[in-house]
Design a protein around this ligand. Structure first.
Ligand SMILES: [Zn+2]
Length: 122
């Protein structure tokens, strides 16, 4: 290990963030393993996007309601009512989006129902 090739700052060396010249490779390998361990538990892809959306919703909620969900004193029945109403909204949004796709693709919902009915009788 030759420290003469190192261009790290003193603090980089002290915190162990230094390069291969000022830190033994074994130590750098351990750091890489730790980073990989941390990354393993983290979601990726779509799940990571959902986590980002949740974080954004939390910030939005904090500004709108001035409290976190955990600290919000609503009663259990009120939480269920909120969830139920949002499920109703979701069904409406899904149906609306499907209608738009059906209009573009010429999809025939009634024909599907007839086919499904015939399949059930067989
Ligand atoms: Zn260095």
């Amino acid at each position: 290990m030759s420290k003469d090739k190192c261009i790290c700052t003193f603090s980089q060396r002290m915190t162990g963030d230094g390069c291969r010249y000022c830190n033994p490779q074994e130590y750098i390998d351990v750091l890489h393993e730790r980073i990989e361990e941390d990354e393993k538990g983290k979601p990726s892809g779509t799940e990571a996007q959902v986590c980002e959306d949740i974080a954004r919703r939390q910030q939005f909620g904090l500004h709108k309601y001035g409290t976190t969900v955990a600290q919000n004193p609503l009663e259990l029945r009120q939480w269920l009512k909120h969830a139920y109403e949002e499920a109703l909204d979701q069904a409406i949004y899904l149906r609306r989006a499907m209608a738009e796709i059906d209009a573009i693709t010429g999809h025939d919902e009634l024909a599907d129902m007839v086919r499904a009915g015939k399949g059930a009788q067989a």
